[in-house]
Design a protein around this ligand. Sequence first.
Ligand code: PAF
Length: 305
Amino acid sequence: MKIVIVGPGAMGCLFTAFLSKSKEEVWLLDKNKENAARINEIGISLEGISGAWQAKPRVTANVQDIGKSDLVLICVKSFHTKQAVEQVKPLLQENTKIMTLQNGIGNIEIIAELVGEDKVIGGITNEGATLIDIGRIRHAGRGETIIGTLNGKAPVEIRSIREIFNKVGLQTKMSRDIKSLAWSKLIINVGINALTAITRLPNGKLIEFEGTKRILRDAVTEATRIAKRKRIKLIYDDPLAKVEAVCESTAANISSMLQDVLRKKHTEIDFINGVIVRLGQELGIAVPINKLLVDLVKTIESSYR
Ligand code: PAF
């Protein structure tokens, strides 16, 4: 199987490194020519929970180097998904699957609109990673990856992908309801990401202070109300308990949104709390805490200039 990972950020490097342990042909696509050349030369270095090790994938900035592929894993920020999918179109053939494990809501829809629903594999991952430098990451947390198709069926391609992921140590299973999965992960990101980006605290600290604990609870309650109105069944019974448990299990993590803010990068706020604000307006449900979180993160983004 020819596998292409798009995007050299923390998750892109993590999945590229693990998949490079397989006997499959693995490529990392980095749209920045200089960075691609650099990672090609030095490889990907990992430290952290899976130990200190190195991977030597094929890296390019040019899709023509890769040729037709079987699996394309989109690991760019959500606001670059459309551009990334346009870029990989030359790699697609009849049975190629495009997979997204990105945070937030909207990526599956963007990919499906560009290439058709039958090509999309959606899902979530509870692996955690931090980008330290070009091609250098810290593997910060281990967790399950869950994948599925939009129609809930499990064609042979997705079963092969699951097998490859499991063989290289990425614990992976399948779900028939990826919408429910995406929303279940969204609720976690709604509670953690913006609050850590604003306070600059690691995940675990959010539940140690009264103020952040209360804001986290209110943000999660608003998001859960929206999910309920949309008749989305979450994969856990008590969303707040789940988000607090994730804060504990990823206590030392610098959330992806805090990593973005620290590096003065555009965040995924529109695909996380922004989704709750938009749906709140559409459905006539008050979501003041999510609105406040969006306004504050956007203010931080504006202040970079
Ligand atoms: O975006 C992130 O950082 C992660 O999805 C999570 C679960 C919040 C852990 O840091």
